[in-house]
Design a protein around this ligand. Structure first.
Ligand code: CDP
Length: 255
């Protein structure tokens, strides 16, 4: 989008060897933080993010409470060591914008009406970045909210699509993000086919946007499955552990 003169596609492959419609490898781990009510570690290629959810808990000061529902507070933060050039710690315009759009991407699925006067706090910490951190953050936050037991209508899933050397590609890396023609992060409720976030940096034609959206939807279906599997894996392990500990207690009682 910003810089020109770099070849990003050669022989039908991208700079990191991926096909146009190929996602970077994804790893999801649920419940990684002891003190949070819910948490998730999400890896997307070289992006590494952690989401921590606290609440619902009483909101202070009282005058910012909503008598009808919980409010969601979302803080996206990039660690100073997460980027090539050290990032100055603390919020900046970019992180405030990302926090806002990410909160709005998740709000439609959270049943805030069950918890009036409270807050649900979501913290997303970017430990390492390679473009796509807001999408990784939303995916992690969505799983962490479910891990915290917050009633949700569904999960939210996110991915970026864009245009690089005239081709519509999925899940841009930092190089493609910097030197490509367009980057379009999307978040959606997969089963409802409903988009909850759509941003665009750069330019694409109407037809290109249509093609990109199709690509994003297919990728979100895959990521959604991985989010579900990660949650199921954690809770299956937990049930197994509990059953084992029950068995052990029963044996001890026999002695
Ligand atoms: O990370 P995401 O694609 O959601 O947001 P972006 O604003 O498009 O940033 C793209 C990438 O630029 C980030 O993932 C970082 O790798 C890099 N970046 C950076 O190096 N220093 C910053 N202060 C902000 C972003």
């Amino acid at each position: 989008m910003k810089k020109k003169g770099v070849q990003l596609i050669k022989d039908g492959r991208r700079i990191d060897g991926r096909a146009f419609d190929e996602l970077r490898p994804i790893r999801i781990e649920v419940g990684v933080l002891k003190r949070a009510d819910g948490s998730c570690y999400f890896e997307l290629g070289e992006n590494k993010v952690i989401a921590a959810v606290y609440g619902p808990r009483e909101l202070h000061p009282r005058h910012i409470q909503d008598a009808k529902r919980a409010i969601i507070q979302y803080r996206y933060n990039m660690a100073p060591f997460s980027v090539d050039e050290r990032k100055r710690p603390g919020p900046d315009r970019r992180s405030i914008e990302i926090s806002k759009v990410s909160r709005e991407a998740l709000e439609p699925v959270i049943m805030t009406e069950f918890y009036p006067r409270t807050t649900i706090d979501v913290f997303v910490e970017v430990l390492q970045s390679d473009a796509g951190t807001r999408t990784a953050g939303i995916n992690a936050a969505s799983v962490a909210l479910a891990d915290a037991g917050i009633p949700m209508r569904d999960l939210v899933t996110s991915v970026a699509v864009g245009k690089v050397d005239g081709e519509i590609v999925l899940d841009l890396n930092a190089y493609e993000d910097n030197y490509g023609e367009a980057d379009m992060p999307i978040a959606m409720i997969v089963r409802k086919n409903k988009i909850t976030m759509m941003q665009m940096d750069g330019k694409m034609t109407k037809d290109e946007i249509k093609k990109a959206l199709k690509l994003a939807k297919k990728a979100c279906e895959k990521i959604y499955q991985l989010q579900r599997e990660a949650l199921i894996a954690k809770y299956s392990e937990e049930i197994e552990r509990e059953e084992q500990s029950d068995e052990q207690s029963a044996q001890w009682l026999k002695v």
